[in-house]
Unconditional design. Structure first.
Length: 103
């Protein structure tokens, strides 16, 4: 059984990490979280856990939208445009995988 006090400590540690992170570190943390939730979505898909699949795919989607929203499209030039296209492709692939139930 999970210990609620351990979860609370972990949450506090995460808040401290986020508050002290540089923009590049925040970006890396978002990518890491996206990878984690994508793995959980794939595992849920393989176990026919529709609710889990949906919940985890939703988290991945939220993270990708956050990454895209952090782009500075005015000053980011070609790099920001390329990242925006990559993020759009990720959303399309995520939606397609979820709809077809294919990891």
């Amino acid at each position: 059984m999970p210990n609620p006090s351990n979860a609370k400590v972990a949450d506090q540690d995460l808040v401290r990490r986020i508050e002290g992170a540089s923009p590049a570190e925040l970006h890396a943390m978002l990518l890491e979280a996206g990878e984690k939730f994508l793995g959980l979505a794939i595992a849920a898909m393989k176990m026919d856990d529709v609710a889990g699949k949906s919940r985890h795919f939703s988290r991945v989607s939220e993270i990708i939208v956050e990454l895209s929203g952090r782009l500075n499209r005015e000053t980011g030039g070609e790099l920001a445009a390329n990242l925006a296209r990559i993020y759009d492709g990720w959303i399309d692939a995520l939606f397609d995988a979820s709809q077809k139930n294919q990891p």
